[in-house]
Design a protein around this ligand. Structure first.
Ligand SMILES: Cc1cc2nc3c(=O)[nH]c(=O)nc-3n(C[C@H](O)[C@H](O)[C@H](O)COP(=O)(O)OP(=O)(O)OC[C@H]3O[C@@H](n4cnc5c(N)ncnc54)[C@H](O)[C@@H]3O)c2cc1C
Length: 411
């Protein structure tokens, strides 16, 4: 469905699924019914407004790639970018947004000044930390459950073309864990990421700027436009082969608890029925700003510093293989919760009502109240989050909790 009249569509009361670029990977934007698509990177670029003082107003349908290129030409940059940039601003803010810059700057939603949100009556309002603060908190990271983000005002930082990147190869997972936990204690680093791929373990630590003083050692490189790497030109293909299903998930745990989380991932890796098991892990550190707002559903809750491990695999489009992978993910999700962590809701997570309530507590009933007050019951109603909010408290109930999951996986 075209996005020309989002207020009219939202206000119509017809069941509606919101979609940006559709890159979330657990059926969040799959529907047989009406869909409101905001992603329009070319058209959106003409509507960017520079508000001064480092603030920029952006239409939700813009891509991060287009926005970053636009800003860089003007000496500014987005503080935290995802590694893949051909996704919509609104869709990523609706899940949280983390990246290699999260070491220095937290989540993308930590840099949102205000958003223009359309509710289920078609009413549009600007929400910020001071105006409609609850809608602001629930919309950012809220998967579109409290309305459509139409525009966002974002804080930018000065553009530094170059990053000093120190790369480390680790012989063991223990070495990686100790190194990552040590880096997580520091507040003078701009960039951190690590990967485990086919048994090879690497990490990189970076500082923005062009001063030569940091690069003395052999493993140091000065890299230009690190955030744009791999994103130039048209979108790279991120879909798996046609007979495969992509299954991705990320777990973020408070710093200090990364060792048991990674040990659980390592113990499970051969139980995923793909050729190479679970062989691609991506590790990030998220250090929240001191004035961070507490968002109910983002992958980081109250922890000031968290460490995330992202797991990316694709398995044959065979129900048994998909179920086996989801069983592995479910076990890891429970371990993540035991450690005080959270899942990243763009990914594949089987959240049953009891688990959802354990994770989000009273914010779930508040979500139900907000959806009712703003007539949003017809918007994104298929999402596990919306369904758990509607189902109400289950932990005190004696009846067994039925799992809530999406039946369709995006290829
Ligand atoms: C290859 C790849 C790499 C990725 N890398 C990263 C990464 O480095 N860091 C990271 O944080 N994430 C990453 N992700 C996950 C990504 O951020 C999410 O999938 C995000 O949702 C993608 O944005 P989108 O426009 O495709 O959103 P969609 O998938 O279209 O939507 C996501 C959710 O938000 C809702 N929604 C969409 N637009 C709006 C809107 N305007 N207002 C309200 N609700 C809306 C949808 O209903 C849905 O529930 C990656 C995903 C892929 C496929």
């Amino acid at each position: 469905m075209p996005s020309a009249f989002p207020s009219a569509l939202l206000g119509s009361g017809q069941p509606l699924t919101l979609r940006g670029a559709g890159h979330s990977c657990d059926g969040q934007t799959v529907t047989d019914g009406d869909m409101l698509v905001t992603y329009a990177p070319e058209a959106a670029a003409q509507q960017v407004r520079d508000l001064g003082d480092g603030l920029i107003e952006v239409p939700a349908g813009m891509s991060w790639y287009g926005l970053e290129r636009h800003l860089n030409r003007r000496g500014a940059a987005i503080p935290v970018l995802p590694d893949y940039l051909h996704m919509s601003v609104g869709g990523t803010l609706s899940v949280g947004g983390i990246g290699i810059g999260s070491m220095g700057y937290g989540m993308q939603v930590d840099h949102v000044e205000r958003i223009q949100l359309i509710d289920g009556t078609g009413t549009s309002r600007w929400c910020s930390r001071t105006d409609h603060p609850e809608l602001f908190r629930f919309a950012l990271g809220g998967l579109g459950t409290v309305g459509l983000i139409e525009r966002a005002v974002l804080r930018t930082v000065p553009y530094h073309r170059e990053t000093h990147l120190h790369r480390t190869r680790h012989d063991t997972l223990n070495d990686l864990v100790e190194h990552t936990e040590r880096i997580a204690q520091r507040d003078d680093i701009d960039v951190y990421y690590a990967s485990v791929r086919s048994g090879m373990i690497h990490s990189a630590t970076g500082w923005h700027g062009s001063g030569p003083e940091r690069c003395g050692g052999e493993d140091c490189a000065i890299v230009s436009d690190l955030s744009l790497r791999g994103n130039y030109g048209t979108a790279r293909t991120v879909a798996p082969p046609p007979d495969h299903v992509r299954l991705c998930t990320d777990y973020l745990v408070p710093a200090g608890t990364f060792a048991p989380m990674l040990a659980a991932v390592n113990a499970s890796r051969h139980r995923v029925p793909s050729n190479r098991g679970l062989d691609m892990w991506w590790i990030l550190i998220v250090r929240r700003p001191s004035d961070a707002v507490q968002f109910p559903f983002t992958p980081v809750g109250t922890a000031p510093v968290s460490i995330g491990v992202g797991l990316y695999t694709s398995v044959h489009r065979d129900p048994a293989a998909v179920a086996a992978t989801r069983t592995v993910f479910r076990g890891l999700l429970e371990r993540c919760l035991d450690l005080g962590g959270r899942p990243y809701l763009y990914g594949s997570n089987d959240l049953d009502p009891a688990l959802t309530e354990r994770l989000y507590g009273t914010d779930l009933s508040r979500l139900a109240q907000l959806r009712s007050a703003h007539r949003l019951e017809h918007v994104n109603a298929h999402l596990p989050l919306a369904r758990a909010a509607l189902a109400g408290p289950v932990l005190s109930s004696s009846s067994p909790a039925a799992p809530i999951r999406n039946d369709q996986c995006r290829p």
